[in-house]
Design a protein around this ligand. Sequence first.
Ligand code: C5P
Length: 308
Amino acid sequence: MNDRDAVVVQAPAKINVHLGVGPLREDGYHALHTVYLAVSLHDTVTARPGEGLSLRMTGEGGAGAGQVPADRTNLVWRAAELLARHAGVPADADLDVVKRIPVAGGLAGGSADAAATLVALDALWGTRAAHEDLLRLAAELGSDVPFGLVGGVALGTGRGEQVSPVLATGQWHWVLGIAGEGLSTPAVYGELDRMRADGRVPDVTGPSPAEPLLAALRGGSTAGFAAALANDLQPAALALRPDLRRALRAAEDAGAVAALLSGSGPTVAALAADERDAVRLAAELSGVGVFRTVRAVTGPVPGARLVG
Ligand code: C5P
């Protein structure tokens, strides 16, 4: 294959370092105040000239690419069709996704791939879409997709699709631990609604504000950041998957500064004191027999960007 025409884009995973979930809205989504953080674990999307659309997904390290259909139901395929329609060009491309981000892990891997596809095909097709247009197309594809374009640290409001970048000076080191099978995001949101309705967790009138986390980011200390981490979906994910309590405890017992579930789970995000501590923590967590995959990552990193 002649690769001179290939466009290669990295698609980073995200952790929600604050995830405030409001009540269920009439459109079936929940109002959010969330703070996204893009991390160094990434998928790679390669786009090449083609006739019609074709998509190949390959995986490594238990990412589970085989669980995702490589057809028109895939968010990557839908991103390609949406951009082609928007730009008025034929949807001709050969797309190759190498997955490292585990599927259904709460790390927004599928959303990251979709954002990267928009960037890759905008370059391949020379469509030169305005950033605002790409953000709008991304929001049509899914709540987490616009953040995939922005990366770094960003505040997400609305259903998470309205993103504004947040200045963050620090770098944080994490260990991501993936325990057992993936969790369905709608199922976790549904469980949270039931828990609020029957009083297992307090009901709310709006999403909890992100301000404590944003203040901690400005402060820059790891201890302050750790104390401000919050995820309203965590009790619901734990109700559906009680074994995750053990996974969180394993991270704390191994000396994580803090541990929480990423998004709707089941990935455990364990905060390390520094890079060396992350390597130590990753080695320790690999040995506890709880996690299928363990990865040391750092963030913030930029969003979907051309690397070739
Ligand atoms: O936007 P996206 O398609 O990624 O959302 C997947 C599902 O997650 C939605 O259908 C909904 O059940 C749930 N969701 C939600 N509130 C949000 C975002 C997602 O209830 N803010």
